[in-house]
Design a protein around this ligand. Structure first.
Ligand SMILES: NC(=O)c1ccc[n+]([C@@H]2O[C@H](COP(=O)([O-])OP(=O)(O)OC[C@H]3O[C@@H](n4cnc5c(N)ncnc54)[C@H](O)[C@@H]3O)[C@@H](O)[C@H]2O)c1
Length: 476
């Protein structure tokens, strides 16, 4: 949550945007057009529950329609509000542009604590929320495509997809109305892990950038680096798991709602996750020191700090305490604009949210393309007759022509696709490719422009340039 004495989340995003556009030469007025949120819809609906009627409040914000559909997750949390969804929608615009996913930015939220409801109640509420949004075309395969965010996952996406399909029985593309669905409901392999996987790939690429490492005062490889992570949910769990199991990082701290676990020798991520699922929190976990004041551990010594829970957790109140030389923003907006300035002055390198957590929307894009093409990715095609394989090649070439520059597929990725690689392999290589190319585009600006001293500004410059080009091509 954003601290009360600081700008709101949306204002914070706007301040970071303004810092970047001040270094650009945009036509008069275009800057404002890009920054503002096009529309935010509030829906209030009643659901009959527990012998009465409960009224729920939800939002869907559309930040920019320079490309359609617009894209962005749906969050379930009690703190959801208009300012928050607008900030998150804006970040989606910049994120999609940066990784060249051909979408505008959107975001949604429902004011609810999902832990207070039974599964069948959540299904009723989600279906009703989906109905409210879909009847206003705020869920639609070619206009607005949601995905999971905090408090939602595959299960909710399957309900949303089914609700949309019931309302649009003749729409052959109905499945593409939402991404992050389970595999058996039109999802794609590797979507659940995608955002955490993207964090891993982003860090790997950062560690291939000697100048970046030098700016952070780090040396060597990821192997052995001490990592503190906040939030062991979808994003945090996968990032921590892959970094510890595949890159040799030591997870020395895990911060959750009910406190933090610290173990300088390294925590076993799987064991902690199982403990949280069984016990509802980290309290009582045997193999670590427990700190009741979890947020204080954000300031503990480590090499890499990964906030992967909420916005505004590093703010004017604690920015000066941060010891990590490198922060990767797995969450959206974890660092306020004021804290960002303090950290920059301290020389802390920040890998910004719009890049760091773009793995989710990247793989969502693959899922959406898969749903629209109606062709199953993967090895099965290779094993089937040649004609079927040819169909995949034709379809791919058609998509390539149709999507043109917006399609971020490199020759290496295309080769894998054409030879019928396993779907998970295909998704991971496409994600890796995307994260590398996007990092390199920010890195060049960061290292080459003397007036740019941080990766966030570099990321904004790259993405705003692309959004501006889209608007100008449309005649604005
Ligand atoms: N899910 C995605 O694909 C995706 C994609 C891009 C960005 N994100 C961003 O990543 C962040 C996390 O999303 P998620 O999908 O992992 O959510 P999630 O609900 O799966 O997990 C959130 C985790 O944070 C913990 N948490 C909540 N409040 C906390 C607090 N005050 N202190 C410490 N921990 C706390 C929760 O207990 C939970 O473990 C959000 O900012 C979200 O917008 C998610």
């Amino acid at each position: 949550m954003q601290p009360k004495n600081e700008p709101t989340f949306r204002q914070s995003v706007d301040m970071m945007f303004n810092r970047a556009v001040a270094k650009m030469d945009l036509p008069p007025g275009l800057e404002e057009k890009i920054r503002v949120c096009n529309a935010t819809y509030t829906v209030r609906f009643g659901v009959r529950l527990r012998g009465g009627i409960q009224t729920f409040v939800g939002y869907r914000s559309v930040h920019s329609e320079h490309m359609e559909p617009v894209k962005g997750g749906i969050r379930y949390a009690t703190e959801v509000n208009q300012d928050e969804v607008e900030a998150l929608a804006a970040l989606m615009t910049y994120k999609c542009a940066l990784v060249e996913a051909p979408f505008g930015g959107s975001k949604g939220g429902l004011c609810i604590d999902p832990r207070q409801y039974e599964e069948h109640e959540l299904e009723l509420i989600t279906r009703r929320f989906a109905y409210e949004l879909a009847k206003r075309d705020l869920i639609h395969p070619s206009q607005n495509v949601p995905a999971p965010d905090m408090g939602t996952g595959e299960r909710e996406m399957a309900w949303i997809a089914d609700q949309y399909a019931r309302m649009n029985t003749t729409d052959i593309n109905a499945r593409a109305c939402v991404t992050g669905k389970p595999l058996n409901a039109g999802g794609i392999s590797g979507r659940v892990e995608a955002t955490g996987r993207g964090v891993q790939y982003a860090l790997r690429e950062f560690f291939r950038d000697p100048k970046g490492l030098e700016k952070a005062g780090l040396t060597g490889k990821l192997d052995g680096k001490r990592v503190i992570i906040q939030g062991l949910g979808n994003v945090g769990y996968h990032a921590a798991k892959f970094l510890s199991e595949e890159d040799g990082c030591k997870i020395t701290g895990i911060i959750e709602r009910d406190g933090a676990l610290v173990n300088e020798a390294g925590l076993n991520v799987e064991n902690v996750r199982e403990w949280i699922i069984a016990n509802g929190g980290v309290t009582g976990y045997p193999d670590a020191t427990h700190h009741a004041e979890g947020a204080a551990v954000l300031g503990a010594a480590c090499d890499i700090l990964i906030p992967a829970a909420l916005e505004g957790v590093i703010n004017l109140g604690n920015a000066a305490d941060i010891q990590a030389p490198l922060i990767i923003e797995a969450a959206n907006g974890p660092i306020t604009a004021g804290a960002d300035e303090i950290l920059r002055e301290k020389g802390v390198v920040i890998i910004p949210d719009m890049y760091a957590n773009a793995g989710g929307v990247t793989v969502s894009y693959f899922e959406w393309v898969k749903n629209l093409s109606h062709i199953r990715f993967g090895r099965m095609q290779r094993r089937q007759e040649e004609a079927r394989h040819q169909l995949v090649i034709d379809e791919l070439e058609r998509l390539d022509r149709y999507l043109g520059d917006a399609w971020s597929m490199t020759p290496e990725f295309k080769t894998k696709y054409l030879r019928g690689a396993d779907e998970l392999e295909l998704v991971r290589s496409g994600l890796d490719d995307t994260m590398r190319v996007a990092y390199q585009s920010m890195r060049d600006v960061w290292h080459e422009r003397e007036d740019v001293d941080d990766l966030r500004t570099a990321a904004y410059l790259v993405s705003i340039t692309k959004v501006a080009a889209s608007y100008r091509a449309k005649g604005l």
